[in-house]
Design a protein around this ligand. Structure first.
Ligand SMILES: NC(=O)c1ccc[n+]([C@@H]2O[C@H](COP(=O)([O-])OP(=O)(O)OC[C@H]3O[C@@H](n4cnc5c(N)ncnc54)[C@H](OP(=O)(O)O)[C@@H]3O)[C@@H](O)[C@H]2O)c1
Length: 216
């Protein structure tokens, strides 16, 4: 696919830096977003050093949201809505990829109510195309560049073009992606995260994921 500029809000953390690493390796321009620009710049330097590149840069979350063609949200669930409110005007006309899984890793249970990404869509309005993805992909697996990424991505969204674009991005990062219906299906994907965390705990793993069978 063409080179994209992808901004990752909360990209200093586990999941966001793992996605940034994979996309930078695949040739995309990556902007790491943070509440603190200096923290984002330091995280960007680390990713560039790991890959021997200079295509990753760091900015505060609002500047990152303005500068990105596609914006990915990887902040803790309790910070999801406040972070989106703080960048809302910068997202108009863009795809917002929401990786939020409202699951407590210490006591994993399926979340109740609406999908996180549905809540994001309601907040952002029709001018932003929200897509839910990556909620099942363990950060530890993203960072192991020398190992096969055995974790498929279920991509949910109400806009078929945006969904397909995010599926291509997941494939570019080394994962098998499956378009999995509308945004409301995101609640099931978040629930699967609770299962995956439970399985990883039981088998003392940090990289276990899910695979779809029978299609490819
Ligand atoms: N970890 C995983 O394996 C995994 C897998 C799938 C999905 N997810 C989802 O990805 C999201 C991020 O998970 P994570 O494990 O990467 O989280 P994390 O490392 O704990 O946090 C990510 C970043 O969010 C920012 N942040 C923390 N508290 C915040 C607050 N109160 N307000 C605004 N920003 C805040 C921080 O960046 P700054 O301090 O730089 O602002 C932090 O580096 C979650 O929604 C999670 O459900 C995680």
């Amino acid at each position: 696919m063409d080179r994209r500029t992808i901004s990752i809000l909360g990209g200093t953390g586990h999941e966001g830096s793992g996605l940034g690493l994979r996309w930078a390796k695949a040739g995309h321009n990556i902007i790491i977003g943070s509440r603190a620009a200096e923290k984002a710049e330091a995280a960007a330097l680390e990713l560039n050093a790991l890959l021997g590149l200079s295509t990753v840069c760091g900015m505060d979350n609002l500047s990152a949201a303005k500068a990105g063609e596609i914006v990915v949200l990887t902040v803790p669930p309790e910070a999801q809505i406040a972070t989106l409110e703080s960048v809302k005007p910068a997202l108009a006309g863009k795809i917002l990829v929401d990786a939020t899984a409202r699951v407590d890793a210490k006591d994993p249970k399926p979340p109740q109510g609406k999908a996180s990404a549905r809540m994001a869509q309601e907040l952002l309005g029709d001018g932003v195309r929200v897509v839910a993805a990556f909620q099942n992909v363990p950060a530890h697996a993203l960072k192991k560049l020398d190992r096969e990424l055995a974790s498929d991505v279920l991509v949910c969204g109400d806009d078929p073009d945006a969904r397909a674009e995010v599926a291509r991005l997941a494939e570019a990062a080394g994962m098998q992606a499956y378009e999995a219906g509308g945004l409301d299906n995101g609640i099931v994907v978040e629930g699967l995260t609770a299962l995956i965390i439970s399985v990883n705990k039981r088998y003392k793993s940090k990289t276990g994921g899910i695979r779809i069978s029978g299609i490819r």
